[in-house]
Design a protein around this ligand. Structure first.
Ligand code: FAD
Length: 441
């Protein structure tokens, strides 16, 4: 008998319910990944994530081969291709992780139509809690994080599953070579479960609570791309962190709950990937020149420019920098969050529909923030989270010679650096547009 394990965003052997169930169901397992043209059509197949994905698939294939199996890579519509192989191999069961995006849900419906009862969808593969299972009375999802987190902490967890030791994959199925992709950012990390597990072992969660907002210290885990592609399981990480214990671990697990929170919002409201979750009646400004200055890291606000340049260079940005650059675009320049979210998705190696779109909405005040009009003043943020200016000097070479926190306000220097732009908005009026547009004055 044969079972198909259709890999999606769960590119790992450890704690993988899809692989585990396939292994338990049949003598032979076909571990399958399908490169789907619909992902490209939706604008999701960007070089940084494709390069990381190629690493993940290479690593997954190598790990499967060590068990005696191998990865089968195909190209085509995932449901169609999977069903075709299921028929050809007379597979008794097909297993897949439940996804939350509109794309993943269409794929799941399509699989269901083609495979009927042979399909099993595993709903605690990608997140710790299954989206849709934690709900306030009378509602289909939580719209506020704090009560969600309380409920999340009370729910039963899955016990992490061991990686299968030996697998057999049917010989007769041919596999495509893993494509080679050149990323658009030179500082991209290498993908895959092996790299992700090594990073987790190298990084220490112990000081996470005190360091996670320190921009130059760069003390967060950097596990986000491994979580996005499922090289690491959120359930297993929560389990490992809790076993370690302490304040750092607690704060880290809370971030994993934020990830679950956004996933359950998107599962309940798939349209929130593109539409305002809560409309504030915003009529955003459109200014291509200002947008280009933001995108290219030449707004004249060093802390904003540093974040945007880190994104271009590494395909990743520190969370504090994501918050303040997104806030600058939506609440200072008062431009549509969708344009900024799109730019992030073009580059972020961890670019994720649930986490990106809903964090952007949170910042823009159209999402789940209970204080939708809060504005993060980039100068206050800079003084607080980059007090010596080290983060700015790392990413903005034109300012590398300016010592200390003076680097945050080059317009105050007796001779401002000639090759760095003047601020594109008056530093004294950073909140004006939002307040005016939302009638707060
Ligand atoms: P750590 O601080 O080590 O946290 C551990 C893990 O918790 C992260 O890897 C991530 O999976 C999860 N996490 C942490 N913070 C959040 C959060 N606010 N929301 C959801 N999950 C969180 N995260 C993405 O994974 N993909 C995105 O596309 C994405 N876009 C964002 C856009 C904006 C505007 C903002 C403000 C945040 C965005 N985030 C996104 C959330 C967060 O910035 C990143 O998850 C984090 O910076 C990744 O770094 P890390 O792995 O070192 O995080």
């Amino acid at each position: 008998t044969v079972a198909i394990a259709l890999f999606t965003q769960d590119l790992r052997l450890h704690d993988n319910p899809v692989l585990h169930a396939s292994h338990a169901a049949a003598e032979e397992v076909l571990p399958l990944f399908v490169l789907d043209p619909d992902v490209e059509a939706a604008g999701f197949a960007v070089p940084n994530r494709l390069a990381f994905l190629a690493d993940c698939l290479t690593d997954l294939d190598a790990a499967l081969r060590r068990t005696g199996g191998r990865l089968v890579l195909r190209r085509g519509r995932a449901a169609e291709e999977t069903a075709r192989l299921a028929d050809r191999l007379s597979a008794g069961s097909v297993h897949v992780a439940a996804g939350v995006s509109a794309f993943a849900r269409r794929r799941e419906e399509d699989l269901r139509d083609r495979l009927g009862d042979r399909l099993t969808v595993h709903d605690r593969s990608l997140t710790v809690a299954a989206p849709g299972t934690l709900t306030p009375v009378g509602k289909d999802h939580y719209a506020v994080f704090t009560p969600y987190f309380r409920a999340w902490q009370r729910t039963d967890r899955r016990t992490p599953l061991a990686a299968p030791r030996s697998l057999r994959t049917p010989d007769a199925v041919e596999s495509l070579p893993i494509p080679e992709v050149r990323p658009s950012s030179p500082g991209l990390p290498g993908g895959g479960e092996t790299a992700g597990r090594a990073l987790w072992r190298r990084w220490s969660v112990d000081r996470y609570a005190e360091l996670h907002d320190d921009l130059p210290g760069d003390g967060t885990s950097r596990l986000s791309p491994y979580l996005h592609f499922g090289c690491l399981s959120a359930t297993e990480l929560a389990h490992l962190a809790e076993r370690r214990g302490g304040e750092g671990a607690e704060a880290f697990v809370r971030q994993l709950a934020w990830r679950d929170f956004h996933h359950q919002v998107l599962a309940a409201r798939p349209a929130a990937a593109g539409d305002d979750y809560r409309s504030r009646g915003d009529r955003w400004r459109r200014d291509e020149e200002e947008f280009a200055a933001w995108r290219e890291g030449r707004t004249g606000f060093p802390i904003v420019d540093a974040g945007m340049r880190q994104l271009a260079h590494e395909g990743w940005m520190h969370n504090r920098a994501r918050l303040l650059t997104a806030c600058f675009l939506t609440k200072t320049l008062y431009q549509d969050w969708r344009t900024g979210a799109r730019h992030f998705l073009d580059l972020l190696v961890d670019g994720d529909v649930a986490n990106n779109q809903l964090n952007w909405q949170w910042v823009a005040g159209t999402g789940t923030d209970t204080r939708p009009n809060r504005v993060l003043n980039p100068l206050v943020q800079a003084d607080r989270f980059d007090p010596d200016g080290t983060y700015v000097r790392r990413w903005v070479p034109e300012l590398a010679g300016i010592p200390g926190r003076a680097v945050h306000r080059p317009w105050h220097l007796p001779t401002p650096p000639p090759d760095y732009p003047a601020p594109i908005v008056d530093p004294e009026h950073l909140t004006t547009r939002l307040r005016h547009a939302r009638g707060l004055d």
